[in-house]
Design a binder for this molecule. Structure first.
Ligand SMILES: Nc1nc2c(ncn2[C@@H]2O[C@H](COP(=O)(O)O[C@H]3[C@@H](O)[C@H](n4cnc5c(=O)[nH]c(N)nc54)O[C@@H]3COP(=O)(O)O)[C@@H](O)[C@H]2O)c(=O)[nH]1
Length: 812
């Protein structure tokens, strides 16, 4: 403590002020003393000169006399007289010729001030006076010369100067001491007290600490300092309270944000450029099996051990995002969970400033379910749901690849088109589950019959395609091998199938085409194999047939027609003809069927029997069917406006299965109906059993929606297909149409008569209208009337005719 005080004393303001005072006093004292001494010195100089003058005045007359009289004694007396002065130490009297008459000297006094005298004046000074004798004019009789010791002359000056300087020093010293104590008492001590008090302030509670006023300093600057300091303490307390409140709010908000981030179902983390996690939310920590605290500073490579991609690449991406080389990155990350399941994350990486560091913010979402669904969809897009075999899309892609490969390497492969014979019978008689089981077993047998590098695909229903890749470089050897494998496949298909202890038998018709075949495309190859397969069917089924040139002609004709049909739609070569439907009893017109006609610009009229199947296979039937719908509505509006159409009449249009299955079909019909002012319930749609049995539930739903719009349904070609009462009951069908193949031979063929009668009875029992088509003569009509058939259409009354002709018919 004493040391501190001593330190304070010498470093304190009092000492420094005293020091400054002393230096100033010293400088001032020195300056004043110097002036005073200088003036003193000048005074002395003047006194000396007047003394010397007086000495010369007193001494020269006797000295002149002594020279004049050559009186040595007198001269000596004068010399001794001068030496009597304490400041004269050498005297010489000489005549006019310079001969010394008398001389004298005395030793110089020892003096400590002689060096000062030499410094401020000179050591000695020589005076010479001319000696002249009164009455002899100005003639010089001789000279008297004496040397003055200046130090002796200045001795009184030195004495007084010492006194002045000593007194000044003493005064200054006393002044310093006084100032030091005064400053110490009045300034340093109270300041030290203030410093002590300030050091003892509790900085956590500045408002509770008070600085005391030093005694007798309440109203001066120190008092002011204390008052200001106390106010400052209050302000500090206030700002501390505010800061604490802000900190608390910040902490709470941080906790809330943390809670929110932890509750997010997405994984949020932040990694620095070294790949260390500096933040992780709960979802992320859970994902890697750690706590959020444990995640801190963990390196990405230590955490993502079950990561299936390249971890070092992650760090590279982080760095490029942090350095701003890329704005952000979206990755799909692939993991394998502990139980071996694949886990997919979609991860966004973007830069953020996290405290004082720029890091990569990682936000990952688990997209495993979406990915699985996507894989499933991708699989479904390329595979058949029943057999899991590749579907048509897959087949086309793979065959394109194989075709290119075969052309490049100069070898041959083969496409086998397989269709099961009478498979429909199994489906119809034993039900779809049995049919499905057979199809699965066929798929299995096909796969077992070929190599792994070959492809087995299911096109639709009971149609399969096998691609035999890399058979041989020689065409005939390749064809032979294809025939052998085709035969093996056919034999395998013919083996019995077991279902619920039932033995089922199915055969297969196989069409084969060897590729590459000229410049045939994949679609052409499939078509060729399909054509060859049809050839087998026509020749009696359960065999193999290779595609040949006759078939090629047929196919190319079909392809040509496809092109013509595209143009026909664009160039409006189609026309609708109308065939009246007649009430069997009253012969009144009860409606009509709209039938499509095509007038080819070169080939003339082409039968729908030839072009409708091409429209179907090419998919053009959808656009053409839409055109038919619009044209029919237009006609209905016209007839309504002309008063030709009665409210109980219906116009039927044919709807192809492909058109009916369109997702937008209901909407297309709704738009077509609302675009025209047509009578309510005037449109009828003829659908075949093929439409219905593909998906009964969906068909019922579509039909129900259309029924709500006033559309009625007729089941076309009834009797040629499934003809099941079970689905007839559940369908909103109002009319059964007896196929013209049964009407044609009704007069001659007992079986057809029975069949037609059964259909009519069944229709009546179900409360449906029954229409017979293809009625060409009165006998057929008579029988139909007899069986209770409601109406008919046929050449007996009118074939399908152009609209103008039909309008004439309606008018009549
Ligand atoms: N999806 C669509 N299919 C359509 C459309 N227009 C016609 N078709 C279908 O084409 C097939 C052949 O039709 P078409 O050559 O027009 O034959 C129809 C009649 O002309 C014919 N018919 C009518 N009366 C007689 C007759 O007394 N004798 C006889 N030999 N033939 C006759 O029958 C056909 C009507 O068939 P259906 O539709 O089953 O009532 C045919 O399958 C049409 O369906 C279309 O726009 N879309």
């Amino acid at each position: 403590m004493n040391q501190v005080l001593t330190d304070h004393a010498f470093k304190g303001i009092s000492f420094r002020l005293a020091k400054v005072g002393v230096i100033l006093a010293f400088i001032l004292g020195l300056a004043m003393s110097s002036v005073q001494l200088y003036l003193d010195l000048k005074g002395h100089e003047e006194s000396l000169e007047s003394l010397i003058q007086r000495v010369i005045e007193v001494t020269t007359p006797p000295a002149a006399r002594a020279v004049h009289t050559l009186d040595d004694d007198l001269s000596l007396e004068v010399v001794n007289g001068l030496l009597a002065y304490d400041f004269v130490y050498e005297v010489t009297i000489a005549d006019e010729l310079g001969s010394v008459l008398a001389t004298g000297s005395k030793p110089r006094q020892v003096s400590s001030t002689r060096w000062i005298t030499a410094f401020i004046a000179e050591d000695s000074r020589v005076y010479t006076a001319r000696l002249s004798i009164p009455g002899y004019g100005d003639s010089v009789a001789g000279t008297i010369r004496f040397t003055v010791d200046i130090d002796v002359v200045l001795a009184p000056f030195f004495n007084r100067s010492g006194l002045i300087l000593g007194a000044g020093m003493l005064r200054n010293t006393l002044l310093v001491l006084f100032l030091f104590f005064a400053f110490h008492l009045m300034l340093t001590r109270p300041l030290i007290q203030l410093v002590r008090e300030m050091s003892s302030i509790d900085l956590d509670k500045p408002g509770q600490s008070r600085i005391k006023y030093p005694t007798d300093h309440r109203d001066d600057e120190l008092g002011e300092l204390v008052t200001t300091t106390n106010k400052l303490l209050d302000l500090m307390e206030l700002s501390l309270a505010k800061r604490r409140a802000v900190e608390l709010a910040l902490r709470r908000s941080e906790e809330h944000i943390r809670q929110i981030i932890d509750s997010l179902p997405v994984m949020v983390g932040a990694r620095n450029k070294e790949g260390n996690y500096i933040f992780a939310n709960k979802a992320l920590a859970d994902f890697v099996g750690k706590t959020t605290a444990e995640m801190q500073n963990c390196h990405v490579s230590d955490l993502l051990t079950f990561y299936l991609n390249d971890v070092s690449r992650l760090v590279e991406i982080d760095c490029s995002v942090i350095d701003g080389e890329v704005a952000s990155e979206v990755l799909e990350e692939n993991f394998r969970s502990i139980d071996g399941k694949p886990v997919y994350l979609q991860t966004y990486i973007m830069p953020i400033d996290f405290y004082d560091e720029r890091v990569a913010l990682i936000v990952s979402t688990d997209i495993s379910e979406r990915k699985q669904a996507q894989f499933k969809m991708e699989f479904m897009a390329y595979h058949d749901a029943l057999t899991n075999l590749p579907n048509r899309v897959h087949l086309v892609e793979r065959l394109e690849h194989e075709l290119r490969r075969a052309k490049r390497h100069g070898y041959h492969g083969a496409v086998l088109f397989i269709d099961l014979d009478h498979f429909k019978t199994i489906n119809d008689s034993l039900g779809h589950p049995v049919g499905d089981e057979v199809l699965k077993q066929v798929a299995d047998r096909l796969q077992r019959s070929v190599r792994e590098e070959d492809l087995v695909a299911r096109l639709s229903g009971d149609e399969f395609v096998v691609v035999l890749t890399v058979l041989d470089q020689d065409l005939s050897v390749a064809a032979l091998k294809a025939a052998e494998i085709g035969e093996k496949i056919r034999a395998k298909i013919s083996e019995p199938y077991m279902y619920d202890e039932m033995e089922l038998r199915v055969s297969g018709s196989v069409g084969v085409v060897v590729y590459p075949d000229a410049d045939s495309s994949v679609h052409e190859l499939i078509k060729y194999a399909d054509t060859a397969m049809y050839q087998v069917k026509e020749r009696g089924r359960d065999a193999i047939e290779f595609f040949n040139t006759d078939m090629a002609d047929k196919v190319s004709q079909q392809l040509l027609m496809e092109g013509d049909l595209h143009r026909a739609l664009e160039e409006q070569q189609f026309e609708l003809y109308y065939q009246p439907k007649i009430d069997c009893l009253t012969k009144a017109v009860v409606g009509a069927e709209a039938l499509l006609r095509w007038q080819h610009p070169v080939k003339g009229f082409i039968s729908p029997v030839d072009f409708i199947p091409v429209l179907e296979t090419s998919g053009l039937i959808v656009d053409v069917g839409a055109w038919v719908l619009i044209e029919a509505c237009k006609a209905l509006e016209l007839w309504q406006s002309k008063g030709l159409w009665r409210n109980d009449m219906r116009l039927s249009i044919n709807i192809s299965p492909r058109q009916f299955r369109r997702k937008t079909f209901v909407q297309d019909v709704s738009e077509a109906l609302s675009a025209r002012h047509i009578p309510d319930n005037s449109l009828d749609m003829e659908i075949t059993e093929g439409v219905v049995i593909q998906n009964v539930d969906e068909t019922i739903s579509t039909m129900a929606q259309l029924s709500d719009m006033g559309v009625s349904f007729s089941l076309d070609d009834f009797g040629t297909g499934y003809s099941s009462i079970s689905y007839l009951k559940s369908l909103p069908v109002s009319t059964l149409k007896i196929d013209r193949s049964f009407v044609r031979d009704i007069v001659e063929d007992q079986n057809d008569r029975v069949l037609v009668e059964t259909i009519v009875t069944m229709g009546c029992l179900l409360g449906m209208n029954v229409v017979a088509e293809g009625v060409e003569d009165e006998e057929q009509l008579r029988l139909l009337k007899k069986y209770g058939c409601h109406s008919y259409q046929g050449y007996l009354t009118s074939p399908a005719v152009p609209i103008a002709q039909f309008e004439g018919f309606l008018t009549r």
